[in-house]
Ligand binder design. Structure first.
Ligand code: SF4
Ligand code: SF4
Length: 247
């Protein structure tokens, strides 16, 4: 799985000479491009296993590096540094430190799933991006992304009440991410919805906001969901060896 794209070589590792003559032959500029040799010593041999243990990363081993995911990627079209194929390559090679150099953009996947439909090997690259972003957070390389905070809020509300109350999720998500509740786009959206909302439904929504209704006889389901969430979190921590004593 060798990589031969110059765009993937870090600029500081590329050497070019504006003027260079070797044995009487002018190899100036493009012709004198060299790649600095380097030795990678910090492989994480478990990196693929760790990503595969997280939801979405299960099929990363199937990748044959065709590049269809990157070619079809919505975010790559705007930012060529966003490169799912390259990151899958780094993960499979165990090149953790190289992967970390892009940690600030990996979470930017917009889950459009164009890569998922383009992938001939059913790797589910969108899932791999999610698993990698999750891995970065669990390992403490990045803070929880807004998407993670939203998922937490959503899950907590379902477990607590057995229901979803969109207004409350939105309010608490904004509070968690330090955003003001009064935002122009939100005010406009609320105004448009309110214009078409049947009175009966508006009343039901207002009542739900004030009274926070719960699903009846939810206690057993809540206990089962809580156990399941704790079980999965423990499995993820174990797969990433997060609870092992540090030396
Ligand atoms: S799901 Fe993510 S990685 Fe896949 S094409 Fe969309 S933005 Fe790119
Ligand atoms: S499209 Fe699938 S097989 Fe091809 S590089 Fe992307 S993940 Fe790998």
């Amino acid at each position: 799985m060798a990589i031969h794209e110059q765009s993937l070589i870090r600029p500081e590792n590329v050497r070019k000479h504006e003027r260079l003559v070797l044995d009487g032959i002018d190899v100036s500029g493009h012709w004198s491009t060299f790649i600095e040799p380097r030795v990678v010593t910090d492989y994480n041999e478990r990196l693929q296993e760790e990503i595969a243990a997280l939801p979405g990363g299960e099929y990363i081993h199937r990748c044959w590096q065709c590049g269809s995911c990157t070619n079809s990627c919505t975010v790559n079209a705007l930012n060529p540094d966003f490169n799912p194929r390259f990151w899958i390559y780094l993960i499979r090679m165990g090149m953790e430190s190289e992967l970390l150099r892009d940690k600030e953009i990996i979470w930017q996947c917009v889950s459009c799933n164009k890569c998922t439909y383009a992938c001939p090997r059913d790797v589910f690259p969108e899932g791999v991006m999610k698993a990698t972003a999750h891995w970065l957070e669990l390992k403490g390389h990045t803070p929880p992304s807004p998407s993670t905070l939203f998922d937490r809020e959503f899950t907590e509300q379902v477990i607590e009440t057995g229901r979803i109350e969109e207004g409350r999720i939105l309010r608490r998500f904004f509070a968690r991410t330090g955003q003001a509740l009064r935002q122009d786009w939100l005010v406009e959206m609320a105004r448009r919805v309110a214009r078409r909302l049947p009175l009966k439904l508006a009343f039901a929504m207002g009542k739900a906001t004030l009274l926070r209704p719960r699903t009846r006889r939810w206690a057993k389901a809540r206990a089962a969901l809580t156990d399941y969430v704790h079980e999965r979190e423990a499995a993820h921590r174990k797969a990433l060896d997060l609870d092992a004593p540090r030396q």
